[in-house]
Write a protein that binds this ligand. Structure first.
Ligand SMILES: C[S@@+](CC[C@H](N)C(=O)[O-])C[C@H]1O[C@@H](n2cnc3c(N)ncnc32)[C@H](O)[C@@H]1O
Length: 227
């Protein structure tokens, strides 16, 4: 947040913004800045717009529901891309290695000279093993280590100002929140609902995938970069 909002930017761009939470927080702390969020999921964009309206930011924030590849023409002095490198690579369902280099090259072109990028992406934080990769893409080369990613970032022409990684405790909270959707559904429906067995199975598969699989292996790295 501090890196993105101090000194205050003029234009903030969030590629793959989801609900736009980070973008809206930056706009709140930089009252002169304008922001644009781009995401292909219209449900997320609708929610981002509602949040912008609720916080009185709709006059400075625009949210576009579109493929990120089509949003390349408007540069910004502060750019955010967290967990959305797939915009510039093969579809996730193709189970190919994440194309960090393509993402970093495209992001480099979106950052005005001297501008900032906060880039967050999945990494291997420990050596991947079969139980960890099985519920993901099933391959050891899906992600990079943080050191290999830092090299790619520098090769793309960015200066690394700071970096950080999500802790296992933060992952635990994230995964518990993700599984909550199943718990809430089960609480709201009778045990003998026709879909209940499937929802129970989804909960258990997700719990096992994480706790017996990629916990402590799949990581998330965040970089504060200067263009
Ligand atoms: C892991 S989520 C991250 C969301 C947000 N940046 C955050 O940190 O909460 C990845 C986001 O990228 C979006 N996305 C995936 N492919 C995309 C594409 N081709 N164009 C635009 N957005 C895309 C998804 O809809 C999703 O909201």
């Amino acid at each position: 947040m501090a890196f993105l909002s101090d000194p205050a930017p003029a234009e903030v761009l969030d590629m793959g913004c989801g609900w736009g939470e980070l973008l809206l927080r930056v706009l709140t702390s930089a009252p002169q800045a304008r922001g644009r969020g781009v995401d292909s999921a219209s449900v997320s964009i609708d929610r981002a717009r509602q949040q912008a309206m609720a916080r009185g930011l709709l006059n400075r924030a625009t949210f576009d529901s579109m493929p990120g590849m089509e949003a390349q023409h408007r540069l910004a002095d502060a750019v955010i891309c967290i967990g959305a490198s797939q915009i510039w690579g093969p579809p996730v369902e193709d189970a190919q290695p994440l194309d960090y280099a393509a993402a970093l090259c495209a992001l480099r072109a979106l950052v005005l000279p001297g501008g900032r990028l906060v880039y967050g992406e999945a990494i291997w934080s420990a050596t991947p093993h079969p139980a960890a990769t099985a519920p993901l893409a099933g391959r050891d080369d899906e992600f990079l280590t943080v050191d290999a990613l830092r090299e790619q970032i520098r090769a793309a022409g960015f200066e690394v100002v700071d970096d950080d990684q999500a802790t296992v405790q933060e992952w635990d909270v994230f995964e518990a929140g993700y599984r909550d959707r199943f718990t809430r559904w089960l609480e709201a429906h009778d045990d003998d609902h026709p879909a209940a067995e499937q929802v129970r199975r989804q909960y258990e598969e997700q719990r096992a995938a994480y706790e017996e699989g990629y916990r402590g292996v799949l990581g998330m790295a965040y970089f504060c970069l200067r263009g």
